[in-house]
Design a protein around this ligand. Structure first.
Ligand code: SF4
Ligand code: SF4
Length: 315
């Protein structure tokens, strides 16, 4: 890549053309209707020979896939893949912590960035412009994402920007110094934005094993995970969001649940689980319970997003 290429701004795809992820129903459908009654957004209707999903109404929550008895409801993943840890060295990299982490522990992003810088040869910058705004990064820039939602938006909304999860990068570092969490047994709740990325699920579990954390998996984990309920906020009444949160918590066998998203952490806490936010585990600190109610949490997040349309892009 030439210097001119490096400095050319990435080309934002027009607003409204986000590469949305949705589910579809195959010919294997036996028309039992279970998915239709489980879908929170009313995206599923009965067709002539099978049920059908409206991509525009689907929010990629995974519920239909979890309830389908014959595996007919399957995701249509987005078109743009992220990169692998091998490709990191070739371009400018930025760590993107995501907005929600600043509402939780504002000092964590710097610690996470510092961990990367101490363990990677490449020079890593910090990127704090919210993923809902044009990142204004140079062509070919790589965003190392903490947040699953950011990863999905950056890889689908903005041409020229490439992404990888923070967890894959850490897992690619064999000499990474990790705390020993012997005695902790957890279920992992995989966030929606990473649901279609088994490489992220593997990396998270590898890191937990390297910390000697024991895993007790739900049958609905990894690519079969289901939304914690938080993504339904604003789409269905709060009581329904709360019912979905309880439903998801009930699918996780352990009281201790590892999450990599603050919205999921809040949801699991509300459901009575002990949520362990993955970045906290890296630094051997216990999670702080997030006690905001749904409305309060989303109001704070919306305010933070609005105020971070133009963040920091420092190398
Ligand atoms: S993924 Fe969720 S929103 Fe989409 S069709 Fe299935 S149940 Fe409905
Ligand atoms: S749950 Fe599966 S088999 Fe039943 S209607 Fe939905 S897609 Fe078809």
């Amino acid at each position: 890549m030439t210097e001119a290429d490096r400095n050319r701004p990435a080309d934002p795809i027009q607003a409204g053309t986000e590469d949305r992820f949705f589910y579809t129903i195959s010919d294997a459908c036996v028309m039992c209707g279970a998915c239709q009654s489980a879908c929170p957004t009313g995206a599923i209707t009965a067709g002539e020979e099978s049920y059908e999903i409206s991509p525009a109404a689907c929010i990629d929550c995974g519920t239909c896939s979890a309830v389908c008895p014959v595996g007919a409801a399957q995701p249509v993943p987005g078109l743009r893949e992220s990169i692998s840890a091998r490709d990191l060295a070739e371009s400018r990299c930025y760590f993107n912590p995501g907005c929600a982490i600043y509402l939780y522990r504002p000092e964590l992003p710097d610690r996470m960035l510092d961990l990367l810088r101490r363990n990677l040869d490449s020079c890593i910058g910090l990127h704090t412009t919210c993923c809902r705004h044009d990142p204004q990064l140079e062509e070919g820039a790589i965003l190392i994402n903490n947040c699953a939602g950011c990863d999905r938006r950056f890889r689908s909304l903005y041409r020229g920007v490439r992404t990888i999860s923070y967890w894959e990068v850490l897992d690619s570092l064999p000499r990474l110094d990790l705390p020993d969490r012997t005695g902790l047994t957890v279920s992992v709740h995989d966030s929606c934005g990473y649901r279609h990325k088994p490489q992220v699920h593997r990396a998270v579990r590898n890191l937990l094993r390297r910390m000697h954390v024991e895993l007790r998996e739900s049958p609905f984990s990894g690519t079969r995970s289901v939304c914690c309920g938080d993504n339904f906020y604003g789409l269905v009444p709060n009581e329904e969001v709360e019912r979905r949160i309880q439903m998801r918590a009930g699918q996780l066998p352990c009281q201790d649940v590892v999450v990599s998203c603050i919205g999921c952490a809040r949801a699991m806490t509300q459901a009575g689980k002990r949520a362990h936010y993955l970045p906290d585990l890296l630094f051997s600190q216990d999670a702080e319970p997030i006690l905001d109610c749904l409305d309060a949490y989303h109001a704070k997040l919306a305010d933070h997003i609005a105020r971070h349309s133009d963040g920091q892009r420092g190398l």
